[in-house]
Design a protein around this ligand. Structure first.
Ligand code: MN
Length: 273
């Protein structure tokens, strides 16, 4: 396959990533339809139309991983590998992961092949910072979106948090994501009747603490009931991204009272992993 076929292939391929539809490919016919009509047909209709399209059997990210491993193992480190690396990035492989993948391949396929692949991969992932990379990796382990920077409440948080509205009908539910070490200030959900808050851990590892009590670890699936009127905080562990769903429990005369930050001294006393 020449690089022009592959270039067209991946602009079309990534367009279909979210939709999980059958991949429509015309690059083979566009480039080789006259010269090698059967090859063009196999490229468009079989390789892409049938094999790459079977995302219900194996996702595009895994298919990218298999493809780049195959190319590097054969020592194919020309433009076709660049296009497949770009595709792998679009399909969700992070900078940290590609570094690990090529290091691993190096032991099985040969050191010089890994060196050649690294020289290309470095450029493809050049603009990704380590922090964004960690955030992208965290998003992949979680079914709910990270959402947008939680700017409206930033003054009540230590560190960066993100907010995604999940439900705004019947029950108000938000997904709150905390970077490692991030936590909200001590606060109280007030109500004259009912009220309070419920948390369900979604991904990563975090903490919930009521005043005067030991902190409780929150893992995916952990359910925390916070009665109205109880002073508490919640947030990430020092070494882990963390997300929880926050449910607003219906009540009368509800309001939130934000208090002092959880100091580093208090936070550093929490058990380490
Ligand atoms: Mn709360």
């Amino acid at each position: 396959m020449n690089k022009f076929i592959l270039f067209s292939v991946f602009s079309i391929l990534t367009f279909n990533v979210m939709a999980q539809k059958k991949i429509v490919q015309t690059a083979g016919r566009d480039q080789l339809g006259e010269f090698a009509p059967k090859f063009a047909e196999l490229n468009d209709d079989v390789l892409f139309g049938e094999v790459w399209s079977r995302t219900d059997q194996l996702g595009l990210r895994d298919r990218s991983l298999v493809t780049i491993t195959s190319l590097i193992s054969q020592g194919i480190t020309d433009h076709s590998l660049v296009f497949h690396l770009q595709s792998a990035k679009k399909n969700g492989i992070t900078r940290t992961e590609i570094a690990e993948i090529i290091t691993h391949i190096g032991f099985y396929a040969g050191w010089p092949k890994a060196w050649a692949a690294f020289n290309l991969a470095k450029n493809v992932w050049a603009e990704d910072t380590a922090g964004e990379d960690a955030k992208a990796a965290f998003q992949r382990e979680m079914i709910f979106p990270i959402g947008e920077p939680n700017t409206a409440y930033a003054r009540y948080f230590t560190g960066n948090s993100y907010l995604a509205p999940i439900s705004r009908d019947q029950v108000n539910i938000s997904n709150v994501t905390f970077e490692p070490g991030c936590r909200n200030n001590w606060h109280i959900h007030k109500a004259s009747k009912g009220g309070g808050q419920m948390l369900i851990g979604v991904a990563g590892r975090g903490w919930y603490q009521e005043e005067g009590k030991p902190a409780v670890e929150i893992l995916p699936g952990t359910v925390i009931h916070i009665p109205a009127g109880v002073k508490h905080w919640h947030g990430a562990a020092a070494d882990s991204w963390f997300a929880h769903l926050a449910f607003e429990v219906a009540g009368e005369n509800t309001s939130n009272v934000w208090l002092e930050p959880v100091t580093d001294e208090e936070y550093d006393k929490l058990p380490k992993d």
